[in-house]
Write a protein that binds this ligand. Structure first.
Ligand code: ZN
Ligand code: ZN
Length: 111
């Protein structure tokens, strides 16, 4: 049996087109769901740290753009300054959250 190669993210010479394409696509999709994300994003990253709340993947300066802010109650207008409604999720977990959860039909409306 072969190990599945799931390490597209290794910083190497190869595979950059592949990994970058997927991430960018999700990011633009998520930006449509959370249009004003930029404002509270930095705050949330500061409060909760550069780590995905779901898969616990850690991020650094180079890939922090893959970390996005999710609203726990599904309301992007609810932005308490203490960060209690925010959750830092990587684009993959975030996408997952929306496709099955609260805003699932939000996405399907678009397609
Ligand atoms: Zn994640
Ligand atoms: Zn979200």
């Amino acid at each position: 049996m072969r190990n599945r190669r799931y390490r597209v993210y290794r910083r190497g010479r190869t595979g950059k087109a592949r990994s970058r394409g997927a991430g960018d696509d999700l990011i633009s999709k998520l930006k449509r769901i959370h249009p004003a994300a930029e404002d509270y994003r930095e705050q949330s990253l500061k409060i909760h740290g550069l780590i995905c709340a779901k898969c616990a993947r850690e991020f650094g300066d180079k890939d922090r753009h893959l970390l996005t802010v999710h609203h726990k109650d599904g309301n992007p207008k609810n932005n308490p300054p203490d960060g209690s409604n925010w959750e830092n999720l990587c684009v993959y977990c975030h996408d997952d959250e929306h496709s099955r959860g609260l805003l699932g039909d939000y996405l399907s409306n678009e397609k």
